[in-house]
Design a protein. Structure first.
Length: 81
């Protein structure tokens, strides 16, 4: 089970496909089409989303912009997107 928070809503994704990228999940499964699919190589920036993860060493949430076309969905466990 993969747990993420997407636009403030907690989600549990059972048996996520290890080949699925974050942009595929956002657009095709969650039907959030605001994130654009363009070059699929991370060069254009159309697929940028903000992802937050908890850093246990500093005990703070860390925000980063990520290319959702390159980010595997399974690497998002515990993230706020």
């Amino acid at each position: 089970v993969l747990c993420i928070t997407l636009n403030g809503e907690s989600l549990e994704i059972c048996r996520p496909d290890p080949r699925m990228t974050l942009i595929e999940y956002l657009r095709d499964t969650a039907k959030l089409t605001g994130t654009k699919r363009s070059c699929l190589q991370g060069g254009c920036g159309a697929c940028l989303v903000v992802a937050q993860r908890y850093d246990w060493s500093t005990r703070q949430w860390v925000s980063k912009s990520v290319n959702s076309c390159l980010k595997p969905l399974t690497s998002c466990d515990g993230m706020i997107i």
